[in-house]
Design a binder for this molecule. Structure first.
Ligand SMILES: NC(=O)c1ccc[n+]([C@@H]2O[C@H](COP(=O)([O-])OP(=O)(O)OC[C@H]3O[C@@H](n4cnc5c(N)ncnc54)[C@H](OP(=O)(O)O)[C@@H]3O)[C@@H](O)[C@H]2O)c1
Ligand SMILES: *[C@@H]1O[C@H](CO)[C@@H](O)[C@H](O)[C@H]1NC(C)=O
Length: 228
């Protein structure tokens, strides 16, 4: 009990000391303000330091060799448009062969041929609709047999058709979000990770979303499905 009482006295002693050290409340506020400005200044420096380190410096260094060390093939889910297509093109520009996975065979053919022609790499594609759940994975596993996957980009993702309160989201949509955003990421890791562990090399990128960093009413199901 004695010790607990002593602990409670510490903040009182500190505040008494502060009052003795500074003659007025204004001085205390000035010190608090000064600390706040210093904190912000260092956060600002830290932000720009990490921006330069992550985005500017790599522009001047050749990362191709480093990226290819993961293995010959990169597999990108949802690679026929948006962020996934950009990932596939960027990895191909570093000399990685690309396997694209998504639903539409025409789009897959078109994008994989364009990547092969532009970046002079090998490309393959796998037609799969992740919203179907468990049944698609034996086919993907079979297609990836004997392929040395160096990089997996878990990008395929679906969003609510529009922001909606949870009770109004149709059940089919909920399963689609679960199967594509969560199920596919987990199962693709389950398929490629054993080979990576065996070869002692490989990288997995999960494409997340800013929505999972804070409370996002009307899109909370999507937000929670993107936590990684
Ligand atoms: N766009 C944004 O503002 C934003 C912001 C934060 C995070 N993200 C995340 O970034 C990722 C990509 O977003 P995006 O906007 O670039 O997407 P997008 O342009 O809508 O492209 C989605 C890709 O996924 C494929 N896909 C969709 N449903 C699929 C399914 N059931 N099975 C297999 N493939 C499927 C699509 O091809 P098919 O139609 O041929 O299947 C397409 O290639 C998502 O995970 C998303 O959550 C996006
Ligand atoms: C990426 O997603 C997979 C599957 O959900 C998970 O096992 C892995 O830990 C995630 N990686 C990171 C860095 O969060």
């Amino acid at each position: 009990m004695e010790t607990v009482n002593e602990v409670y006295k510490i903040p009182v002693m500190i505040s008494k000391g502060m009052f003795q050290l500074f003659s007025s409340h204004m001085e205390i506020l000035a010190v608090v303000g000064g600390c706040f400005i210093l904190w912000n200044f260092f956060s600002f420096l830290h932000f720009w330091y990490s921006m330069i380190q992550q985005y500017a410096i790599p522009c001047f260094l050749s990362r191709s060799k480093h990226i290819r060390q993961y293995g010959e093939w990169a597999i990108v889910t949802g690679a026929t448009s948006g962020i996934g297509k950009a990932y596939a093109e960027e990895l191909a520009s570093h000399g990685m062969n690309i396997i694209l996975v998504s639903r539409n065979p025409e789009k897959l053919k078109e994008v994989s041929e364009a990547i092969a022609a532009t970046y002079k790499v090998k490309t393959r594609f796998i037609v799969a609709d992740f919203s179907l759940g468990r049944e698609v994975y034996p086919h993907i596993k079979e297609a990836l047999r004997n392929v040395e996957v160096g990089i997996l980009v878990n990008n395929a993702g679906v969003f609510h058709d529009y922001p909606q309160i949870t009770t109004e989201v149709p059940e089919d949509k909920l399963w689609e979000i679960i199967n594509v955003n969560i199920g596919a990421a987990v199962m693709m890791v389950h398929i490629v990770l054993p080979g990576m562990v065996q070869r002692k090399r490989g990288a997995i990128v999960n494409v997340s979303s800013g929505t999972c960093c804070k409370a996002t009413p009307l899109m909370n199901i999507y937000a929670s499905s993107k936590v990684t």
